[in-house]
Design a protein around this ligand. Structure first.
Ligand code: IMP
Length: 429
């Protein structure tokens, strides 16, 4: 039975939490396969309760769904416990959360190094979330990481922390002029945290494959977005993992042939947090308007998001890189009340015209958007529940996005609420 991948088609914050929550009714499993608590998923329930999820899959809010933090995720134990506590205080049943024994742990020294590195880089900084994500993935690849399963073997965990800190302390003290961390104290803290979620540690690769063999349906929930992918994004202004659909298999342990659909989440305009190129960015009043009406402030970091017009070059790129079969177009309501709505259909780069993502990062930095103007609409569309109910110009905007991106728009978000969605085609088929 199918595994569906859900992936951000732009720079993250496209509204993935809402899409996961929506599909949660039709799936038995929701799986995170990369990233960590750098993500921020806002979900609004029918009773108006607002949840900001960072590490835990959005399916935790749907009864009967088993949630998995897969092997490709990096886990900050303190952040995990805080999030569990927050959910439990709101009456959410968190018993259906499993944690891969192979996931890597974000250690206190990863967070310290993330922060000091950014400070050191100054104007060249990535604009990371400061959660230790990059340094943790660095250790994973360097084969000196600490994994969730190490929490079950105190001796091994202490050894690993000690040898990691032999090097990290040199960096913290000699390069960045910070205080050294005490290995025993770090290990004590992490072991005490681990005890509190030990019962959730599982061979999630086995559990997921057994579930697929039993005919169950699962959603593999990507964090961040296509252009923040370490391979396919706007490097070096990216995160340190693979949010694109290819990462879903590696980060969960299921075969790629199990994936039957890839749902891209696409905001009706564009936003980005942190540094890096953004061809359609608006730094004028219109950018401020989109930020205000769209509530474009980071869920996780509280930073203002940069805003800009819809970029079809990015959408077409995302369709190809991820093999997107369907789009969920979010926040269409934010564009109501504009005289005309521009769509970027290509770039001019040093005198050349292209409709595809430039090969080099230098060209992406130099790309000047070429716009097509579409007529706007004035009506409030937040109560529309069928495509035919949308104003003709809003329908035309959606049709044009389908043409330019090369994939069908199967769902449209017209407001933050769970019910404020127009469904055009079944995604799970
Ligand atoms: P890191 O993932 O904390 O290392 O940050 C790397 C880049 O990814 C920075 O530009 C962050 O702002 C961005 N980023 C990380 N997570 C998210 C997210 O969930 N939404 C949007 N941007 C993100």
């Amino acid at each position: 039975m199918p595994a569906i991948v859900l992936i951000g088609a732009q720079w993250g914050d496209e509204g993935k939490g809402k899409a996961t929550d929506l599909l949660g009714d039709q799936v038995q499993w929701v799986v995170r396969y990369q990233g960590g608590n750098n993500a921020g998923h806002t979900v609004v329930l029918p009773d108006g309760q607002n949840f900001a999820l960072k590490l835990i899959p959005s399916g935790i809010l749907t009864e009967g769904v088993t949630n998995v933090i897969g092997n490709g995720v990096v886990v900050d134990p303190g952040a995990l416990l805080d999030e569990l506590r927050g959910l439990e205080e709101k009456g959410v049943d968190t018993s259906r959360l499993l944690l891969s024994a192979d996931a890597h742990l974000i250690m206190p020294y990863h967070i310290a190094i993330d922060k000091v590195t950014e400070r050191y880089l100054g104007s060249r900084k990535i604009g990371t979330t400061g959660r230790g994500i990059g340094p943790c993935y660095q250790d994973k690849v360097a084969r000196v990481g600490v994994r969730v399963q190490d929490l079950l073997d105190e001796k091994i965990l202490r050894q690993k922390v000690e040898s990691a800190l032999e090097v990290k302390n040199q960096i913290l003290v000699k390069v960045y002029n910070r205080k050294a961390l005490d290995p025993a104290q770090v290990a004590d803290e992490v072991l005490a945290q681990g005890e509190q979620f030990a019962k959730r540690i599982a061979d999630t690769r086995l559990e997921l494959n057994k579930a697929l063999e039993a005919g169950e349906t699962m959603l593999l929930e990507g964090s961040q977005g296509t252009l923040l992918d370490v391979d396919h994004g706007t490097y070096p202004f990216v995160t340190s993992s693979n949010p694109t659909s290819g990462g879903a298999s590696a980060g969960s342990g299921i075969g790629p042939g199990r994936i039957s659909a890839v749902l891209g989440i696409l905001k009706a305009y564009t936003t980005r947090v942190g540094s890096g190129p953004f061809p359609t960015e608006l730094t004028d009043e219109m950018g401020e308007h989109l930020r205000k009406v769209g509530g474009e402030v980071g869920v996780n970091t509280g930073r203002d998001r940069r805003t800009g017009w819809f970029d079809a070059v990015i959408a077409r790129y995302a369709t190809r890189v991820n093999g997107i079969t369907d789009y969920f177009l979010t926040k269409l309501d934010v564009l109501s009340g504009l005289e005309s709505v521009p769509i970027c259909v290509g770039y001019e780069v040093d005198g050349f015209h292209t409709e595809d993502m430039p090969m080099t990062q230098t060209d992406v930095h130099h790309a000047v958007p070429v716009y097509e103007q579409l007529p706007g609409w004035w009506e409030d569309i937040s109560e529309c529940r069928r495509f035919e109910d949308l104003p003709k110009n809003a329908q035309a905007y959606v049709h044009r996005i389908e043409e330019l991106s090369g994939a069908q728009v199967s769902a449209i978000g017209v407001g933050p609420g769970r019910d404020q969605t127009i469904t055009r085609h079944d995604i799970i088929r």
